[in-house]
Design a protein around this ligand. Sequence first.
Ligand code: ATP
Length: 378
Amino acid sequence: MSQTVVQNRDAAETNTKLDVELRKVFKVYNGETAVRGIDLDIHQGEFFSILGPSGCGKTTTLRMIAGFDEPTGGEVLIRGKSMVNVPPYKRPVNTVFQSYALFGHMTVWDNVAFGLRLQNCNKSELQTRVGEALQLVKMDSFARRFPVQLSGGQQQRVALARALVNRPTVMLLDEPLGALDLKLRKEMQVELSTLHRELGITFVMVTHDQEEALSLSDRIAVMNMGKIEQIGTPSEIYEHPRSPFVADFIGDTNLFQGRVETSNGADLQVLTEKGLKIWVKPNSTWQTEHQGNHSEVVVSVRPEKIRVGNSDTPEQHNCYEGKLKHVMYLGTHVHYLVELLNGDSLTVLQPNRASELPALDTLVQVYWSAADCIALPI
Ligand code: ATP
């Protein structure tokens, strides 16, 4: 590994400063607001993902950090410096796009060298830096090939090298693995993570793939309709979603709308619209912000927290009878769709322990603990 790379990593380990700050950033296109006043602090050395459904404003946010779009209001700062009127090529960032955007008539080497040549980099430095960038992405033995002679994954590695050769402070990645098939995508996720660890520089990635964001990121911002709904570590976002949108968007979940009937300081009892009584152990956010009875809530229960049993199931609060309406064998797990007697449908995911799968329409008990539910105010 080169000295520059080692220095970068050491800097990241000892530094808790901010690399990117967004202050009340807005973007309006032709009268339509794409980004609605977001605030964001991204720390030096972080792998930070912006996650959300199509059209929520992720790419627009990234483009404003890169300088390809100017905010309509608010301010972007990089390493504490305002980026107002700073063009993209003068910002200490480089962007990698889903489409690779390699020059087809140039070799891998020339593609990576292109930006440095424009900056009139001297020959020996050019040799060193291009060689170093290609080595980092394990493409040094492909230097003489043209993009058409490479696989999708290899082309994306060249695109990464072309960005890294400029030694950016921040790497911006716009759906970088979006064009790859699932297997290659998984392999490249590991490589991206290794590269981030080795370099120690800040990565900001836009993705709509929640699994990718959960597995790669130090922190995630979940966006919805131009706003940030929640910022947190992958486990905070998954285990403690702050809104029904985040609970539903991140992973699978069962959602029940209802109102709090009893709130005795310990557990809450929620009466759902279809008449289920669900006991919920409130988390700290609930106790401080929403203590009253009769408040409207959505209760979220993850499929893997629910158990399916027969009539011998131990009695507990959240235990209901239903019929198996769908059973899907997934190898390591079995996925069930259970229709409760009140008409609600539940999805359940259980480790595959049974030797035989139960028949459709079998009567079962489904049950889960109050601690495995989350009550989300609406
Ligand atoms: P996707 O995952 O589909 O790329 P996204 O979350 O990245 O979506 P953006 O590309 O940021 O979403 O777009 C946010 C909104 O802004 C969308 O409604 C989009 O149509 C609109 N938009 C984006 N770019 C422009 C533009 N150049 N002109 C007009 N409207 C735009």
